[in-house]
Ligand binder design. Sequence first.
Ligand code: NAD
Length: 349
Amino acid sequence: MSVFTAPDFAGHEQVVFASDPACGLRAIIAIHDTTRGPALGGCRMWHYASEADAVADVLRLSQGMTYKSALAELPLGGGKAVVLGDPAHDKSEALWRALGRAIDRLGGHYVTAEDVGTSVADLETVRTATAHVAGIAEGGSGDPSPATAFGVFMGMQAAVRHRLGGADVTGLRVALQGLGHVGLCLAEHLAEAGAELVVADLDPGRVDAAVERFGARRAESAAIHAEDVEVFAPCALGAILNDRTIPELWAPVVAGSANNQLAEARHGGALAEHGVLYAPDYAINAGGIINVSHESTRTGRPYDRQAAYAHIARIHDTLARIFEAADAEGIPTSVAADRLAEARLRQAA
Ligand code: NAD
C-alpha cells in the first residue's frame, strides 16, 4: 500500500498511523493543510474493507476539509481521522482515550470532531485525553448536525433560485436520501417551508417516522436519486453521483449534505452536461464547521448561536457566487468551487 503516491495524497503535510493493541485502536490521522489554521475535521469510524480503503478515505476527506474551511473563509486548515472498526461492536472507553492520546501528541495541529460512526458521547471520552476536540456540549457548540442542516437548507434555496427561478422551496418536491443526524433536521426545515418530501433510508424505522411526521412519501434507497422531483438531496454516504446514477437523475438540482458526493471529479462535468445544477458538497455542507469555528476555544468569546447561524446563512451567497462563476466561465460548479477555495488558500498563504 502506498501513501506518498496514492491518487488522493495531494501534498498532505502529515499522515499519522496510530495503534494501541491493548484496546484494538487502529486509526489514521491525516493533516492536509494548515495554511489557514489548525486542521479541523471529524473522526469517522467505519468497517473498511481494507487498510488501503481507509487511507484513501482519510486523505480525500481531509483535503475536502481544507477546501471547505477555505471557501467559508475560516481560520482553519483541513484534517480528518478514521478509526478502523465496526461502530456497532468495536467501541470502548479505552479506544477513545487511546485515540485522544494520539491526537494530543500532535500538539493541536489536528482538532477532531464528530463524523459518521462517532457520537458526541464518544468525543466526550476522547476529550478526557486531549483538549483538541470541537463540537461537544461541554464548553462547545454541541452536535454540529443541526447547523449543517441549516446551511444545506440555505444553500438549497440559492440553487433553487438560480436554476428554477422560484423564491424558495415552498411547493417543491425534494427527494431526501438519508434520515440521520443531518437528514432528519433538513426534513424539518423543508416540511416547515412547505416542501413535499420523498424519503429513503436503510433504516425502515426512520422512514416510518418521516412518513408519519412530515407526510413524506417513501422511496427505495437504491432508486431515490431517480425520483421525479425538483431537488435531490443526498444526505447519506458519498459517491452517490456516478456513471450509473447521473443518467437516471430527473431532478434539475442536487443539493445535500453528504461528503464526497461525486464518485470522481469528472462527475461534476457529467452533471453539468446532464443539465443538473450541482451544489458542491463542501460548499453547501459547511454549516457544522462554521458553527464550530464560533466556539469559545477558537474565538476567545462565549459561543453566540445567533452570530454563528448568521454566518452559516452566508452559505446562500457563497453558492450563488459559485453558480454565477460557473455560468460566466462555462465550467462545472464543482470546478468553480475549487477555484474559489484555492484562491482563498493562496490569499492566506
Ligand atoms: P448519520 O450517520 O447520522 O446518518 C446517515 C443516514 O444515512 C443513516 O440514517 C443511514 O441509515 C442512512 N443511509 C446510509 N446509507 C444509505 C443509503 N444507501 N440509502 C439511504 N440511506 C442511507 O450521518 P449524518 O451526520 O446525518 O451525515 C450525513 C452525511 O452528511 C454524511 O455523508 C456526512 O459525512 C455528511 N456531513 C455531516 C455533517 C454533520 O454535521 N453531521 C457535516 C458535514 C457533512
